[in-house]
Design a binder for this molecule. Sequence first.
Ligand SMILES: Nc1ncnc2c1ncn2[C@@H]1O[C@H](COP(=O)(O)OP(=O)(O)OP(=O)(O)O)[C@@H](O)[C@H]1O
Length: 300
Amino acid sequence: MNAIECTSLTKTYLRKKVLNEISFTIEENKIIGLIGRNGVGKTTLLKVIAGFIKETSGELKVFGNHPFNNLHASVNTIFVDDQMSFPPALQLHELLEAAQAFYPNWDMELAQRLFNYFGFEPKHYHNTLSKGRTSTFNMIVGLSSRCPLTIFDEPTTGMDEAVRHDFYRALLKDYIAHPRTIVISSHHLNEVEDLLEDVLLLKNGKVKLHMPISELKEWAVGLKGSSALVRQWAEGREMIYQQYIGQDTMLAVVRNDFTDEEIQRVRRAQIEVLPVRASDLCVYLTNDTKGGIDDVFSDR
Ligand SMILES: Nc1ncnc2c1ncn2[C@@H]1O[C@H](COP(=O)(O)OP(=O)(O)OP(=O)(O)O)[C@@H](O)[C@H]1O
């Protein structure tokens, strides 16, 4: 069954189409990374999916229901970000009890174990936690709710490296034991790429790519060597990124439509054939120029 079916979804703010007729389907029980540059509309899309805001047009189904103002959707979905609001009068342990009453799959033992592991004080209040601690507490709620659709919007904001590492590991372990649909938006694709099964990449209000991470890792290839030779091999192929290194060396990232025989010929021409990390590829694909920041400084 599909967890999310999105057809020609548009969300307009002040006449600007933030999401412009996007369509995609997300299968149940997968971990999906929602990737895109600042301001592209990731949070907007996630909030529409969570039923917090209404789309302008198009069709959206979450477990077969339109999520906006839908109780079925809100019980089955949790949206975790650093703005999650909790009743300010309740202490942290009371927040966990309140969450238990709301989420049918809530695992209090997991919540308590994580709560103790991360050293929270039961009598503290959510609105007095530091930024990183707020994200950590919210993550505990997000994982322990075991919602069929769990949405993490930039969940590691403010977390230090050790906590981020613990979070990813906890997420993976709990997901393996209790599969569910998890959508995670992150600016740190390099940190999450080993967790993800699929990547949904947004650019200019559209879905630029939606594919398994294993395919994304093979989708492009880097050619590094003498500029003339690299340009010759890149000709006629989709150029994704290019960078000049020194006087006469160039790195070109192109769509990987090479045959094995061509790859061998490239190598024989003294050109290095390099894999392209999924995180780097997403940055290249969402750049507006082929050379990235270097283009600002070229030809001056
Ligand atoms: N309530 C709102 N009213 C008007 N414009 C909005 C509103 N919410 C978001 N926007 C605009 O919609 C666009 C997308 O914002 P959104 O927060 O969804 O992007 P994002 O991809 O999550 O960004 P980031 O990676 O920086 O968190 C931005 O241009 C933002 O200014």
